[in-house]
Write a protein that binds this ligand. Structure first.
Ligand SMILES: [Mg+2]
Length: 242
């Protein structure tokens, strides 16, 4: 009997299941207002992004690292003349982000509920451990996943490991996410299928310059279309898996 190519489905969380980047953008705007005395806005924004990128290997992804990068950018831009009140404001902005209520994207719950009847679902996300756990609890989606993997970064090896441990291996896994860099390219490299569901806001770090084409890659404009896409892949049989 022919086996369905896809048996296990992985989902990214931030900007795939719930809003995330919009809170970073809003905080960045407030931050740039706060340090407006120390340079022009575009230069300060570029500087912040450079500091964030430099700090990823040290702090990882997430709000706490972002807070430290804002602090560092402000200190650098002000030549160390930063008022303590500004430091307090930066810390307060970070705490606001960490207590921001979770806002599910449209039709996420219905989509996951329908899929979870037929497939084991995995949540595969990077970021601050405690913050991602908090958002998952608040989302009320936790019970729909067979397993939750909060990882420090998403590489080929991450997807190979997770789909092997929690499914039938990467070749029979499918990853759904908004980031080409973190969700799609490494999942494809691991041998999995991938469905890219772009979000209108995506952090510069996650952008990929080149157009991507791959026999196992599909693009859907809305998460509600993911279930149909998987049915099409599975109905086409295992020739796609070669
Ligand atoms: Mg994402």
């Amino acid at each position: 009997m022919r086996q369905a190519p896809v048996t296990t489905i992985g989902f990214d969380a931030d900007d795939t299941l719930w809003q995330n980047e919009r809170f970073f953008r809003a905080t960045e705007d407030r931050f740039l207002d706060l340090i407006a005395d120390f340079g022009d806005r575009a230069t300060l924004a570029t500087r912040l992004f450079a500091v964030e990128k430099r700090n990823i290997p040290l702090y990882g992804f997430g709000i706490k690292g972002f807070m430290l990068s804002m602090m560092e950018t402000a200190l650098e831009a002000s030549d160390g003349r930063l008022a303590p009140a500004v430091v307090a404001d930066i810390l307060a902005m970070g705490r606001d982000m960490l207590s921001q209520p979770v806002e599910l994207l449209p039709e996420v719950r219905e989509t996951l509920e329908a899929l979870s009847d037929r497939y084991p679902l995995l949540l595969i996300t990077k970021g601050d451990l405690g913050d991602q756990e908090r958002k998952l609890v608040q989302s009320g989606l936790g019970g729909l996943f067979r397993a939750v993997e909060i990882v420090s970064d998403k590489s080929d090896a991450t997807y190979a490991r997770v789909f092997a441990a929690r499914g039938d291996g990467p070749e029979r896994g499918l990853m759904v996410g908004n980031s080409l860099r973190s969700d799609i390219l490494p999942a494809l490299a691991a041998g999995a299928f991938a469905v890219h569901v772009p979000h209108e806001l995506t952090w510069s770090y996650e952008h990929v310059e080149a157009a991507v084409a791959h026999p196992r890659l599909f693009v859907e404009e809305h998460i509600r279309k993911v279930a149909d896409r998987i049915e099409i892949i599975n109905a086409s049989g295992d020739d796609l898996t070669k």
